[in-house]
Ligand binder design. Structure first.
Ligand code: ATP
Length: 248
C-alpha cells in the first residue's frame, strides 16, 4: 500500500516584491515517516520553498501566486504560521535562531508554548530531548548565546521537538558546522525519524550527507525541480555525482 502523504506542494510559484519570480512551479511531497531532502545550490529556492510552506513569506514581501500547499489533504491557511504549528508542522530556520539571552533549557521550554497538556508531559519531553541530545543536557544552564554553533543547532531542533511535531521542516542543518558535527546531527535526525516517527523535509546544500540520510530527494535549480528520486538512485546518478557530490 502507498504511504500516507502528509505534505503536498503542488506546482507553486513564489514572487518577491511583486516582480521577482523565484519559484517557477515547484512540486514535492512528504510521506508519513519520510525523510525528504530538498537539494540545490545557493539561491536555488530551498529556503523560499520552506517559507512558502510555513507561511513565513509575508515578512519578506514574498507571495505564493500559483499552486497549492496541503497538509493531510487540507489547504494550509495563508499568513498564519501558528496554525501550521498547531497542525504539527514546525520549521527550524536556517542560522539556528535560539534566544541568545535565555538558557538552553529555557529555550527548549519556549518550544512547548502551544501545548496545554501540563507540566508533567512537558518535563517528560524535555527528558526525551536530553536523551537525544546529551550535549544539551550538559549545557542546559548555559546561556544559549555562549554555546557553540553545533549546540545552537541542536537547541533549535530540540526546541522544535518540544511542540511534539509530526513533521519538521529543517533548513540547512549542516550550515557552518564541522563535518563530524554534521554527521552527529543527521544521526539524531535519523533516530528521531525511526524512533519517534517524526517526518522531515530538509533543505541542504550538502548533497552528500543529505542523500545518505534521506529516503527521497528533490533537486532544485533556479526555482525548478530538475530531478527527483529515491536517495539511493540519486546518489548513483552521473549528473548528481558530477555536479553535486563533489566528484567532478
Ligand atoms: P540559500 O542556501 O542561500 O538559502 P536557497 O536555495 O535557500 O539558497 P532562497 O533563499 O530561497 O535560496 O533564494 C532563492 C532566490 O530568491 C535567490 O535568488 C534570492 O536572491 C531570492 N530572494 C530570497 N529572498 C528574497 C527577498 N526577500 N526578496 C527578493 N529576492 C529574494
Amino acid at each position: 500500500t502507498e504511504p500516507e502523504i502528509l505534505l503536498e506542494v503542488n506546482n507553486i510559484e513564489v514572487i518577491y516584491n511583486h516582480v521577482i519570480l523565484v519559484l517557477k512551479g515547484v512540486s514535492l511531497s512528504v510521506p508519513k515517516g519520510g525523510i525528504v531532502a530538498l537539494l540545490g545550490g545557493n539561491g536555488a529556492g530551498k529556503t523560499t520553498t520552506l517559507k512558502a510552506i510555513s507561511s513565513l513569506l509575508q515578512s519578506e514581501r514574498g507571495e505564493v501566486t500559483k499552486g497549492q500547499i496541503r497538509y493531510r489533504g487540507e489547504a494550509i491557511p495563508e499568513g498564519n504560521p501558528a496554525a501550521l504549528v498547531k497542525r504539527g508542522v514546525i520549521q527550524v530556520m536556517e542560522g539556528r535562531h535560539c534566544f541568545e539571552h535565555l538558557t538552553v533549557e529555557e529555550n527548549l521550554l519556549t518550544g512547548a508554548y502551544t501545548r496545554h497538556d501540563g507540566r508533567g508531559k512537558v518535563n517528560q519531553d524535555l527528558e526525551m530531548v536530553y536523551n537525544y541530545f546529551p550535549r544539551l543536557r550538559e549545557r542546559r544552564k548555559s546561556q544559549a548565546g555562549y554555546t557553540s554553533g553545533g549546540e545552537q543547532q541542536m537547541c533549535a531542533i530540540g526546541r522544535a521537538l518540544m511542540s511534539r511535531p509530526e513533521t519538521i521542516l529543517l533548513d540547512e542543518p549542516s550550515m557552518g558546522l564541522a563535518p563530524q558535527l554534521v554527521e552527529e546531527i543527521f544521526e539524531i535526525v535519523k533516530s528521531l525519524n525511526e524512533n519517534e516517527g517524526v517526518s522531515f523535509l530538509l533543505a541542504e546544500q550538502n548533497t552528500n550527507v543529505a542523500l545518505r540520510y534521506a529516503h527521497y530527494g528533490y533537486l532544485l535549480e533556479s526555482g525548478r525541480v530538475v530531478m527527483d528520486g529515491d536517495a539511493a538512485e540519486l546518489r548513483e546518478n552521473p549528473d548528481v555525482k558530477e555536479f553535486y557530490l563533489g566528484m567532478g
